[in-house]
Design a protein around this ligand. Structure first.
Ligand code: BES
Ligand code: ZN
Length: 391
């Protein structure tokens, strides 16, 4: 009896202290380097582009640092709760959009969109960037990352103060303390068709003590949240009432593996919701490429929606635009894409010209002339997308 108790106690201790393994996906080009420097890594499945790895949770920081040093990627991997979910990231092209009727992309709202596009104000975007970067950081496990989301929620609520058909809510995540924020305008004709305009609200810097590290994240991604906030302001000022349901989202925990948006996108998928279009604003205020203002990422995105957004720029924003590639699921659009929904990612520069200050204490608006001139172009595109998709 005694030995039985002892053995089961020992088994329990072994279980409790067994290192936890998690699943991540990385760009396949980064696998051999990862295998060389991490002892716990195991390759489980792969395509030419993406590989599923099993790795000890306590080696994630090391993996992240390797991606940064050797592959010039910031975090460099997408975090998954289960193997099944990791595998769904592999065949993203096959997953994409199989469940719903194709979206009809047409430009029909000329004068209405022109009026709204002309309303953007650079000073509003600048001010929001400054307020968001004043939080010490917006890290997903820091109290300041919770406080910054309270600020986003209140800002959006105040903009919608005289609207009873608009709600602003937290989307709580069970594994960390920072919530996402979601603003919903219920559609009048097709409420089951959903248009999503989102960006990540968290910031990150350094490798250790990230809860306390200064991470202003002005470009990455206060700029995206400020862009979205200006789109909301114009929609509310104009009394805009969409036919489809529109949801504005400020995602938590993007910088640690797209975790907030993944929970949200998967929740939409599980509920069988018809998301007809998603746009991701992540980094909009650093003009890195001389001859291009808006650059669409062509991986983990939907080609038809991307092309449509190019047309929206020609029609309403009239700035030069082009294409580039992240090479991996670099932001929250990948969460939606992998859940089978069409997404696009208009970005501030080509990948070759990226802002080198992100994820450091130097990511401040002073790197962008202390103005939001570049981000304003994205707010105009966002307004056009809002009305032509939401109608
Ligand atoms: N804003 C960046 C993504 C980005 C950086 C896109 C540079 C294009 C150029 C984003 O917040 C980020 O840092 N993403 C992580 C990936 C994520 C899965 C942890 C990254 O790039 O490593
Ligand atoms: Zn980042």
């Amino acid at each position: 009896m005694k030995t039985l108790i002892l053995t089961s106690m020992m088994a329990m201790i072994a279980l409790a202290s067994a290192p936890k393994h998690v699943y991540v996906t990385v760009g396949s080009d980064a696998v051999s380097n990862s295998q060389k420097s991490l002892s716990s890594i195991k390759k489980l499945a792969a395509t030419e582009e993406v590989t599923v790895l099993k790795v000890r949770e306590d080696e994630l920081v090391k993996l992240s640092k390797l991606m940064h040093d050797k592959h010039n990627r910031c975090g460099g991997f997408v975090f998954h709760e289960s193997l099944e979910e990791a595998q769904s990231f592999l065949n993203v092209k096959a997953n994409a959009q199989k469940n719903f009727a194709p979206v009809n992309y047409t430009i029909t709202e000329g004068p209405r969109v022109e009026a709204m596009v002309s309303m953007t104000q650079e000073i509003n975007i600048r001010t929001t960037i400054e307020k968001l970067s004043a939080f010490n950081n917006r890290y997903y496990q820091a109290q300041t990352g919770v406080d910054s989301q309270a600020f986003v929620k209140k800002t959006w609520q105040d903009l919608a103060a005289n609207r009873t058909d608009v709600k602003v809510e937290y989307f709580e995540h069970s594994s960390w303390k920072q919530p996402s924020v979601v603003m919903t305008i219920e559609g009048s004709d097709a409420p089951n068709e959903i248009v999503v305009i989102g960006g990540h609200a968290d910031s990150i810097a350094g490798w250790w003590g990230r809860e306390r590290a200064r991470a202003p994240g002005a470009d990455d991604n206060a700029s995206g949240i400020a862009t979205i906030t200006e789109i909301i302001r114009i929609a509310m000022d104009m009394g805009y009432k969409p036919k489809r349901t529109v949801k504005f989202m400020a995602y938590a925990a993007e910088e640690v593996g797209l975790r907030g948006s993944k929970e949200i996108a998967q929740a939409h998928k599980r509920a069988g919701m018809n998301v007809v279009g998603v746009v991701q604003f992540d980094m909009t205020n650093h003009k890195g490429t001389d001859d291009l203002d808006i650059v669409f990422m062509t991986d983990f995105t939907n080609d038809a929606q991307t092309k449509f957004m190019g047309k929206l720029i020609d029609e309403y924003v009239k700035v030069p635009w082009g294409y580039s590639k992240c090479g991996y699921g670099c932001s929250d659009h990948a969460s939606w894409h992998s859940a089978g929904y069409p997404a696009a990612m208009p970005f501030e520069s080509t990948m070759g010209d990226i802002n080198g200050h992100i994820h450091t204490a130097r990511d401040t608006i002073s790197q962008s002339n202390d103005d939001a001139v570049h981000a304003e172009k994205f707010a105009k595109l966002g307004v056009a997308f809002l009305v032509e998709m939401g109608k």
